[in-house]
Ligand binder design. Structure first.
Ligand SMILES: Nc1ncnc2c1ncn2[C@@H]1O[C@H](COP(=O)(O)OP(=O)(O)OP(=O)(O)O)[C@@H](O)[C@H]1O
Ligand SMILES: [Mg+2]
Length: 249
């Protein structure tokens, strides 16, 4: 049976700027199965955030198709309006943004109850308890009533992760979710992600520039100058992946 959950077909993205057009993604083809923990690894400027923004519908592609299975239906994300994509994303996906994007005037717990209260996935009286559980998961429950400005960048990143999980989405799309974390906290977050995949059947696509994290994913892809290289595409990529696996043992 075809287990494809997310499919990108010939996806390109060209940004128009005052200095001219810039193609940040070139003909990307990608299939992600339900239950995968996919890592997309690339250097700064490679197109990682742009690629995630095509998958979660934050931005509109220039060419190609993005199809996400939702229940029994195939949703064509690229054909939706911006508002349609936002509504769909709120229901279907958890998104961890590279810049966290917490609301500064809301406390940490309010940042997490907000998406819960905007959706009807949980009853209003359950939302506070659920938000507290998620803060516990990222070990920040004692800061629940603080404003984001009063915690560190790494702590804000963990709140952003908790918020992304609020509505118990089947898909999590995370942009450098460990970028501001020390290695022990990053390890803890990756353990949480692994657990979501292996025990709860979630599907996670995570972007990072940190090649040492490759061992944590069920599949690795590399992105270079807007082009996606699949594991095993070339001898060179195989060599790199093998070296990383050996290092972990
Ligand atoms: N809104 C935009 N307008 C014009 N160019 C953009 C825009 N967003 C990104 N770019 C360019 O597209 C390329 C890819 O950017 P992107 O943010 O996707 O890279 P990235 O891999 O996420 O980098 P980083 O690791 O620094 O977050 C870069 O050259 C960037 O300058
Ligand atoms: Mg980025």
């Amino acid at each position: 049976m075809d287990n494809t959950l997310i499919e990108l077909k010939n996806v390109s993205k060209t940004y128009s700027t005052a200095a001219g057009d810039f193609t940040a993604l070139k003909n990307i083809n990608l299939k992600v199965n339900a239950g995968e923990f996919v890592g997309i690894i690339g250097k700064s400027g490679a197109g990682k955030s742009t690629l995630l923004n095509m998958i979660n519908g934050v931005d509109q592609l220039t060419n190609g198709e993005v199809i996400v299975r939702d229940g029994g239906e195939n949703i064509s994300v690229h054909e939706m309006s911006e508002d349609g994509r936002a509504l769909w994303r709120g229901r279907k996906m958890g998104v961890v943004y590279q810049s966290f994007q917490l609301l500064p005037m809301l406390t940490l717990i309010e940042n997490i109850t907000l998406p819960l209260d905007l959706s009807d996935n949980f009853k209003p009286r359950e939302s506070k308890a659920r938000a507290m559980q998620l803060l516990q998961l990222v070990e920040l429950e004692e800061h629940a009533n603080k404003l984001p400005a009063f915690i560190s960048g790494g702590q804000q990143q963990r709140v952003a992760i908790a918020r992304a999980l609020a509505n118990d989405p089947s898909i999590l799309v995370a942009d450098e979710p460990t970028g501001s974390l020390d290695s022990i906290t990053a390890d803890h977050i990756l353990d949480v992600f692994e657990h979501l995949v292996s025990d709860q059947g979630k599907t996670i696509i995570m972007v990072t520039h940190d090649t040492s994290l490759a061992v944590r994913f069920t599949r690795n892809l590399r992105i270079t100058d807007g082009e996606l290289e699949h594991e095993g595409d070339s001898d060179e990529s195989k060599k790199v992946d093998k070296t990383m696996r050996r290092r972990r043992k």
